[in-house]
Design a binder for this molecule. Structure first.
Ligand code: 5GP
Ligand code: MN
Length: 326
């Protein structure tokens, strides 16, 4: 269902937020720029109209997002006394990881705000808009509708989400509305150049070495660029991040012969985390969903059982099949 929320969905979401007093705001594991930007933009905005808001996420956010206002207030537990939970940028309940505490939180109403086409509508109210490039743009729209002042700190947080999920306006989900929203955020005081540089461009040299080593492991077969990343590659290149592909899959999809790209990352528990990217006209969200994950047509992911060889044998044929379409 690729459409904007109904007026009823908006009214319901705003009703939840107007009635709430103590909000727990949460986002997905291994948070990216849209997760952190939406989480903190929402938190600061709702605080400015007198709500108590606690932002929380399972995994430590990347240092690169330290400049986002409110960054150091993010908690890594969802414990506390709340009358509303707001889930941001997460397409399903599993994606929240252990920040969602079923025994405690199942009694509290949840509002889901998200832009993934694979969203499972797991809230009591769901504000899901897959036409938006980022969850941050939905928060910007909410702020407009609720007449909440758009301050420079809120704008900086939201522009971080918008810029990271569009790779600075380069992805197929970038629309005239996306640009209009960016303009509004800049006018409110967000610094585009600084956000792009800090959130997207600068990276540790070790991450570059990890990516370079990953590129050397990459094969391109039948339009599918794919790399297998064993645990030891992290140590060998001095790359300190515990999980993820260090941006490798985003690099692989820039190979001009790649219609699809996939990076298979071995986790410490032996499971395999897979990141997918698709060129315009191809769709990896369906494949990720079939494998228990989710995402967008152009960028998706999942985590499946290992070992590496079995994971690749299971997924690669499916990717090659998708690469034939069109
Ligand atoms: P990335 O490759 O940047 O980690 O992930 C790209 C996109 O895929 C994310 O923005 C997210 O929407 C989605 N994604 C990645 N991993 C998972 C997963 O395990 N579950 C779900 N539901 N979505 C995922
Ligand atoms: Mn997002």
């Amino acid at each position: 269902m690729d459409s904007t929320p109904t007026p009823e969905a908006w009214n319901e979401a705003e009703g939840f937020l107007r009635r709430a007093r103590r909000i727990l705001a949460i986002t997905h594991v291994n948070p990216d720029g849209d997760a952190i930007g939406s989480l903190l933009g929402f938190t600061l905005a709702l605080r400015s109209i007198g709500r108590s808001v606690t932002p929380a996420v399972q995994d430590r956010a990347h240092d690169r997002f330290e400049y986002v206002p409110g960054f150091f207030e993010i908690k890594n537990t969802g414990e506390g006394d709340f009358d509303l939970i707001v889930s941001l940028d997460a397409s399903d309940l599993q994606r929240l990881g252990n920040i969602f505490l079923p025994a405690v939180h199942a009694q509290v109403p949840m509002l889901v705000i998200d832009h993934h086409v694979t969203n499972t509508r797991f809230g009591a109210a769901n504000l899901v808009d897959p036409t938006k490039a980022s969850t941050a743009e939905i928060i910007a729209q909410l702020i407009r509708r609720m007449n909440i002042p758009l301050t420079a700190p809120v704008a900086t947080a939201l522009l971080t989400g918008l810029v990271t999920d569009t790779l600075a306006f380069r992805t197929t989900n970038t629309t005239p509305d996306t640009l209009a929203c960016a303009q509004e955020l800049m006018s409110a005081g967000a610094n585009l150049v600084e956000v792009v540089r800090k959130a997207l461009v600068l990276q540790p040299f070790e991450r570059m070495k990890f990516q370079a080593a990953g590129v050397l492991e990459t094969k391109i077969e039948d339009g599918v660029a794919y790399a297998k990343i064993p645990r030891k590659l992290r140590k060998e290149t001095g790359f300190s991040e515990e999980r993820g592909d260090g941006g490798l899959v985003g690099t692989l999809i820039t190979a001009d012969t790649a219609k699809l790209a996939a990076v298979f990352v071995e986790l410490h528990d032996g499971r395999i985390e897979i990141g997918f990217r698709a060129s315009p006209g191809y769709d990896v969200s369906r494949i990720a969903l079939e494998l228990g994950g989710g995402g967008h047509p152009a960028a998706a992911g999942c985590t499946i059982a290992g070992p590496m060889r079995d994971a690749v044998n299971r997924v690669l044929p499916r990717l090659k099949e998708e690469a034939q379409h069109r």
